[in-house]
Design a protein around this ligand. Structure first.
Ligand code: F6P
Length: 294
C-alpha cells in the first residue's frame, strides 16, 4: 500500500526566495532525466580547472535560463562560468549546477547546490538569505535552509514536492567522518584529529560528491571536510558556490562550519571562484578540528 504523504507547502516566508527555489525544484527532474545521455567528458575545464562533462554544461545552461526568467533573480553565477550574468531582480543566485559530476561514469550520487544572496557576488556567507540543494540519489530530494531551520522534500515528479522532514537537525551522536584529499597531503593536525575520531569509533564514509557526503553527516551525525592540502593550501572547494551555501544549511540544522581558522560564513571572498578549506557538521567535532589546527 502506498504511503499517503502530506501536500507540499511554501519553502520559506519570503515569496521571492520561494520563487527561486520553485525554479530549482521544477528543473531538477529535467536535469536528472538528461544525465544518461550526457556522460561524456568535454575537452574544456571549468574556471577552477575541473574536468567538465556534457551534463555540467546542460545543467548550467538550463538553470541559468530558467533562473534568469524568474523576476526575483538579479544575477546568476555558476561554478561553470567565468562571470556573473546580470538581470533586474532582488536576489543574486550562485549555483553549482552538477556537484560531483565525476560520479557520472561510476553511477554514484550527484547534486545541485544553490545559494541565494542579497548582495552582488562574490559575497560573504553573511549575505545568504537561503540555501538549498537537490540530491540525485535513488530518490530526488531537496533540502532547504532559511537560516533558522532546514526542511527536506521529496521531489516526486514534475516539480511536485512533498515534505519528508520539516526539522532536519545534525544528529547528536556522531558516527561518520568524510574527509577529501590524500591523507599524506593533509596537515599533521588533521591527520591526528582523524586518528582520534577513528579511535572513538567514527566510520569513514566518503563518496566524492560533496552533497551526498554532507547528507551522510546530516543523516548519521559526524563531520565532512575538504582540508587545506600541502600543494593546495587554499583547499579545493569553492566558497560562493559550495562551502558557504552548504555551511549555511548545516548551521541552520544546528551544526557548525569553519575554514579551519574561524567561522567560514564570516569570510569575505575577493574572487567569485575563490576556494577555501572546509570543515562542516557536528559542532563539537568542528570545534575540535579548529582547536587542533590553531
Ligand atoms: O567540487 C567538486 C567535488 O566533486 C565535490 O563534490 C567533492 O566533494 C570533491 O570535488 C571530490 O574531490 P576528490 O575527487 O578530490 O575526492
Amino acid at each position: 500500500m502506498s504511503q499517503q504523504l502530506p501536500p507540499s507547502r511554501d519553502w520559506t516566508d519570503d515569496a521571492a526566495v520561494d520563487a527561486v527555489l520553485d525554479v530549482v525544484a521544477d528543473t531538477a527532474h529535467e536535469i536528472r532525466g538528461a544525465l544518461c545521455e550526457r556522460r561524456a567528458a568535454l575537452d574544456g575545464e571549468n574556471p577552477t580547472g575541473d574536468r567538465t562533462y556534457a551534463a555540467d554544461d546542460y545543467a548550467d545552461e538550463l538553470l541559468g535560463a530558467r533562473l534568469l526568467e524568474c523576476d526575483a533573480v538579479a544575477a546568476y553565477a555558476s561554478e561553470e562560468r567565468e562571470t556573473v550574468l546580470e538581470d533586474e531582480g532582488t536576489y543574486h543566485v550562485a549555483v553549482d549546477p552538477l556537484d560531483g559530476s565525476s560520479n557520472l561514469r561510476s553511477n554514484n550520487p550527484m547534486g545541485t547546490i544553490v545559494g541565494v544572496y542579497d548582495e552582488p557576488l562574490p559575497a560573504s556567507g553573511q549575505d545568504l538569505v537561503a540555501a538549498a540543494y537537490v540530491l540525485y540519489g535513488p530518490n530526488t530530494t531537496m533540502l532547504v535552509a532559511d537560516g533558522d531551520s532546514v526542511s527536506e522534500y521529496l521531489l516526486a515528479g514534475d516539480g511536485e514536492r512533498r515534505p519528508l522532514d520539516e526539522d532536519v537537525t545534525v544528529p547528536a551522536d556522531p558516527t561518520v567522518y568524510s574527509f577529501g584529499g590524500r591523507r599524506p597531503d593533509w596537515p599533521e593536525s588533521v591527520e591526528s584529529v582523524v586518528e582520534a575520531f577513528e579511535a572513538e569509533r567514527l566510520k569513514l564514509r566518503y563518496g566524492g560528491a560533496l552533497i551526498a557526503d554532507v547528507t551522510q553527516v546530516l543523516t548519521h551525525g559526524g563531520v565532512f571536510a575538504y582540508p587545506e592540502l600541502e600543494e593546495r593550501p587554499e583547499g579545493k572547494l569553492r566558497y560562493c558556490f559550495e562551502c558557504a551555501p552548504i555551511g549555511f544549511l548545516v548551521e541552520s540544522a544546528g551544526g557548525r562550519v569553519s575554514d579551519g581558522e574561524g567561522p567560514l560564513l564570516d569570510r569575505d571572498p575577493d574572487e567569485l571562484h575563490e576556494r577555501t578549506p572546509f570543515y562542516v557538521g557536528d559542532g563539537d567535532l568542528v570545534d575540535r578540528i579548529e582547536a587542533e589546527l590553531a
